[in-house]
Write a protein that binds this ligand. Structure first.
Ligand SMILES: Cc1ncc(COP(=O)(O)O)c(C=O)c1O
Length: 218
């Protein structure tokens, strides 16, 4: 960030298998590589949209690749299922999509985790999903604020009837969802508890106890 002179950046660190020597198809001969980069911050939904209209979500019929095939606990870019699901959501003019597992439980979407306030309890899927750092922060902050949070199955009908829905991601923080499958969530506006969590999340970013300053040359 310092070298690029970026004040608000998205920083990525990735390990890859690396390239195979020319002529080889033996994956064991690839030399692993590491790359990292900083680019201007990328929002899943722009901040103005988050606090005004919120975002719409679509529940896809395309199942998430099972954890026995690709372990979702490991951040990876095996995203073809999610990309196909997202193209499906675009057909309904919706920009966020979530996929279910083979039992119908909601898992996650491209780049984010899901929370739904159902019967007074915040539910967030525990299996079939990356345990994202923002998910963990949201759980901590919700509990600090006295809310009940249960990590466990989230069925699609519960997501549809939830009083509030939000997604969490490094690329946007806590993002209010105001419609699921074209029907409004609650009053169809960003939920009060979601906005409170969002404020507390960003306040924590500014807290020196939870941040490391970036050194700039100027
Ligand atoms: C598939 C998937 N789920 C969830 C997340 C959210 O994780 P985090 O809060 O660590 O950004 C990501 C982040 O990129 C992701 O790729």
């Amino acid at each position: 960030m310092g070298r690029a002179g970026l004040r608000s950046a998205y920083v990525s660190m990735t390990c890859t298998r690396g390239r195979l020597p020319r002529g080889s198809r033996d994956l064991r001969t690839a030399r692993n590589t590491f790359y990292c980069y900083a680019v201007p911050f990328v929002w899943i939904a722009p901040p103005e949209q988050q606090t005004t209209t919120g975002v719409g979500m679509w529940i896809s019929d395309i199942p998430r690749i099972p954890p026995d095939s690709v372990d979702p606990l490991v951040k990876n870019y095996h995203w073809l299922d999610m990309d196909m699901a997202l193209f499906g959501a675009y057909e309904h003019d919706v920009g966020l999509v979530v996929l279910r597992d083979r039992d119908g439980g909601v898992t996650e979407g491209p780049g984010f985790n899901v929370f739904a306030l159902v019967d007074g309890v915040w539910r967030t899927p525990a299996s079939g999903t990356l345990h994202g750092i923002t998910r963990r922060s949201a759980i901590e902050l919700l509990r600090e604020g006295g809310a009940r949070v249960e990590e466990g199955p989230l069925a699609a009908p519960d997501l549809r009837r939830a009083d509030e829905v939000l997604v969490t991601s490094t690329a946007g923080g806590v993002i209010p969802v105001t419609a699921v499958d074209g029907s409004p969530v609650g009053a169809g506006r960003p939920g009060e508890r979601t906005l409170d969590l969002r404020d507390r999340y960003w306040a924590r970013h500014a807290d020196p106890a939870y941040s490391t300053p970036v050194r700039y040359d100027d």
